[in-house]
Design a binder for this molecule. Structure first.
Ligand code: 26W
Length: 816
């Protein structure tokens, strides 16, 4: 592999020139944002040649391409990652030093590209990094939201959502490609006619349309000259509207079309795991799907005659059900535009589309009301009707007189379009994202489908990119690892197991823990700056960062903090290792209980942090605006990784892997990928607690359990619960947290997420953590082994499995 030869002097010259020509300033007059822009444009120049060369190579090899269809790409910042993957990070750092700038401060000028909510969006971003780094041809296809995930402000302990104006200063890495714009049609009706050759034709009439304009972002592979593309679509009004219609007084329609275009890409829906049935969201889905499929087909047609062989060169991976209209849109294009018969089109479509499921939470399932769907996408609906008709016939053949099967598996049922069912029926592959998750899909959630078409089902345990979450996010540890075992781990994470032997070496353990401490100091500084709270870097950093959701049980964590606080207050001299509990989480804007949990965490934090009598033994910090860029700092500094979802609810988790890689110990339930993490690292190097997935499912089938039994019999738990409603944490309004109290004790299904049921087991697990931490050598060994045994959890491994089992791509070599 040809190392990129970075010429520092030339780089400095280019940056100085870029500042001059962009801002009419000398470098010493430029502000940090201007230097950021200049550096980014200079780095982009290195990328461009590789980008062009990559696409030349793809064409030359006529390579099969995967289109990763996703409503979300949570990319975070690009500059640092691009420099890392070009292998010029350190060179640029030196160059900027010499120009009098600190690269970290310059990187901080870049807004995160937050075009995603959480796990699913970040997974898409890690996958793109791996696809490029492994040299596979790929497009990410998504939406260029004008406003991404909201920025979170904490005001008086409450979450406030601030619009994320991420494009305000322009995006130096994007390229607008108006020459590839396409039209997307909504509404109207379908006119059908039969031609002289008795062929049926379907034409959409009286529709509204928008112009979909692609913006391309480079996805730089690690040290291999490969640059793939993240293509995100913007909507523009169709300029030349039909004068005839205008004359007919159709001014109204013209204005409506303009508004449609303005609204579609305006904002990312900030809902994680909750389906709301909003028409605009369906518009977003069809908008980017139609544009992407059109452009994929057009690209194929440029170099191939026979559209019947599309599946040999093209594969669409559906990132959850959100882009599932892909299957109907492809059918439409193949039949209505390319003239294929139903059977031919179905043959191609069912060899092109594959579906990934990311959740079993019932409230996340997308089911569109038929009337809404039909009105917005009349032709697409017709096609889905026909897919459904044929599929239901098949079910009837296989299971005669079995209405229940149809109720569960039909695509159209109860006045709804069930997107998961459509994706499973039309896709050739259905995968879950961790072993346990896939097992639950097969045995419970999608049991009927699994019985009917077992060959489609497979598992692809998620992964993360070590290039962002170790090499960039934790430079001290990255350098140390490379020092010990060489840099092979950067492209082959299992090599990191070379560290195993150092876990028995005292000097190495010291070094490892010294790095952890420096990372804790770095985070402590961040916390001081942002929260104005002093935290002790020698305390245990116990971290839970992820979206706020009841099933993730941040409430269990904070109730336990309240419990610990009671203990310390009752016994101020007790032997206690100081702890810092760190939270970071955004709540969906309309999710009241989640927002109240944030308020509770902040209220508890206020009380505890200001209580001088406990001598700083306990601190609670809520980090505002948790996002990819500050996540990198947080993972690096964690001692304990809180992965405490109700077993069976977390499909995989990926934060758990980022913590492990950075040398933190998992404190978790046997849920999602935790199961596989424990298997890799060994039970003695993690702390597991709580109900198993089977036990949870069993309780659920029986309508839950009675938390009042626990409340009545366990005095300490009762005390903590009472403190929710006695003003301990809300002196001005004792009722403030009543809803949380009720959810745990009196809701229809009380304590739906088994918080009290798991509480004792969790408290014991926390005691184990403390005991382990006290044994300094033992702890150091354990957390080193966490890093050393994280090899499985690289997204490179995940992508290789997708390629092997689903996509069947070939690697491309790019020479400059
Ligand atoms: C329709 C609203 C909606 C929005 C987002 C429904 C569902 C979602 C996503 C499926 C939520 C999500 O991000 N799921 C997470 O996906 C990760 C990547 O596979 C997993 O690691 C997480 O466990 C899962 O919660």
């Amino acid at each position: 592999m040809s190392e990129f030869e970075f010429d520092k002097e030339e780089f400095k010259k280019n940056v100085v020139n870029a500042v001059k020509s962009r801002y009419r300033k000398t470098i010493d007059e430029a502000d940090k944002q201007q230097v950021f822009q200049a550096v980014a444009y200079t780095v982009k120049d290195y990328i461009i040649d590789r980008w062009i060369a990559t696409h030349k190579e793809f064409e030359k090899q006529d390579a099969k391409t995967v289109y990763y269809m996703s409503m979300e790409f949570l990319m975070g910042r690009a500059l640092g990652n691009n420099m890392i993957n070009l292998t010029c990070y350190k060179g640029v750092k030196e160059a900027l030093d010499e120009l009098g700038f600190d690269l970290n401060a310059i990187e901080d000028e870049e807004p995160d590209a937050a075009l995603g909510n959480g796990g699913l969006g970040r997974l898409a971003a890690c996958f793109l990094d791996s696809l490029s780094s492994l040299g596979y041809p790929a497009y990410g296809c998504g939406i260029r939201y004008r406003y991404g995930m909201f920025a979170q402000k904490i005001v008086d302990g409450y979450q406030k959502e601030i619009p994320d104006d991420w494009l305000r200063d322009g995006n130096p890495f994007e390229i607008k490609r108006p020459e590839y714009a396409v039209t997307v049609k909504f509404g109207g009706y379908v006119r059908s006619y039969t031609d002289a050759d008795y062929h049926e034709h379907y034409v959409q009439e009286a529709y509204q349309s928008v112009r979909a304009v692609p913006y391309d972002l480079p996805v730089v592979g690690y040290n291999n000259n490969v640059v793939n593309t993240l293509r995100i679509w913007d909507a523009e009004p169709i300029q030349q509207f039909n004068l005839d219609e205008f004359d007919k007084g159709d001014y109204q329609k013209a204005v409506e079309q303009e508004n449609l275009a303005k609204n579609i890409c305006e904002v990312l829906y900030p809902c994680d795991d909750h389906y709301a049935g909003k028409e605009l969201r369906l518009k977003q889905q069809y908008f980017f799907v139609s544009a992407s499929v059109q452009s994929a087909v057009a690209k194929y047609k440029k170099n191939h005659d026979d559209i019947r062989k599309l599946h040999e060169k093209v594969c669409f991976q559906l990132n959850d059900t959100h882009p599932t209209v892909t299957v109907a849109e492809l059918m439409r294009i193949l039949m209505d535009e390319k003239g294929l018969s139903w059977d031919e089109a179905w043959g191609v479509t069912t060899k092109c589309c594959a579906y990934t499921n990311h959740t079993i939470m019932a409230e996340a399932l997308e089911k569109w009301p038929i009337d809404l769907f039909q009105k917005l996408l009349p032709r697409i609906y017709q096609i889905i009707e026909e897919i459904n008709r044929r599929f239901v016939n098949e079910v009837k053949r296989m299971y005669p007189d079995n209405q229940e099967k149809i109720a569960k598996m039909a695509i159209l049922y109860d006045g709804q379009v069930k997107m998961a069912n459509l994706a499973i029926v039309a896709g050739y592959s259905v995968n879950g994202v961790a072993a346990l998750h896939t097992e639950i899909l097969e045995k419970q959630e999608l049991k009927d489908f699994y019985e009917m078409m077992p060959e489609k089902f497979n598992n692809k345990t998620n992964g993360i990119t070590q290039r962002r979450f170790l090499l960039h996010g934790n430079p001290l540890l990255a350098d140390w690892v490379t020092d010990k075992i060489g840099d092979g781990w950067i492209t082959d994470l299992p090599k990191i197991s070379g560290l195993v032997k150092y876990a028995d070496d005292e000097k190495s353990r010291k070094e490892f823990m010294q790095i952890k401490r420096e990372n804790k100091v770095r985070l402590a500084k961040y916390i001081k700056e942002h929260n104005d709270v002093e935290v002790n870097p020698d305390s245990i950093f116990d971290v839970q960062v992820k979206r706020l959701h009841e099933y993730k049980r941040q409430l269990l964590n904070i109730l336990h903090v309240m419990y610990l606080y009671n203990k310390i207050k009752a016994n101020p001299d007790m032997d206690f290792t100081p702890r810092t509990f760190i939270f970071g989480a955004k709540a969906a804007a309309g999710y009241r209980r989640a927002k109240l949990t944030i308020k509770l965490i902040n209220s508890v934090s206020d009380v505890i942090n200001n209580d001088k009598s406990i001598n700083g033994k306990l601190k609670v910090v809520f980090i505002e605006n948790y996002r990819v860029s500050n996540a990198e700092i947080i993972f690096a500094a964690a001692d304990v990784s809180e992965q405490i979802s109700t077993a069976s609810k977390e499909a995989s988790g990926t934060g758990n892997m980022k913590f492990m890689l950075n040398g933190a110990m998992t404190l978790g339930t046997m849920d999602g990928a935790n199961v596989e993490i424990v298997k890799e690292v060994g039970e003695e190097n993690a702390v597991i607690f709580g109900l198993s997935a089977d036990e949870v499912i069993e309780y659920e089938l029986n309508g839950g359990y009675n938390p009042l039994d626990i409340y009545n019999s366990d005095e300490e738990i009762r005390r903590v619960l009472n403190q929710l409603v006695d003003g301990t944490y809300s002196p001005a309004d004792h009722e403030l947290f009543r809803d949380l109290y009720n959810a745990l004790l009196y809701d229809g299904v009380a304590d739906r997420y088994f918080i009290l049921k798991d509480f004792r087991s969790y408290a014991e697990a926390q005691e184990k953590i403390e005991a382990k931490y006290r044994d300094k050598d033992g702890w150091a060994k354990s957390v080193m082994l966490n890093t050393a045994r994280s090899g499985k959890f690289s997204s490179d491994r995940t992508i290789e499995e997708y390629v092997r089992d689903i996509w069947h791509l070939e690697k491309v070599k790019v020479e400059l």
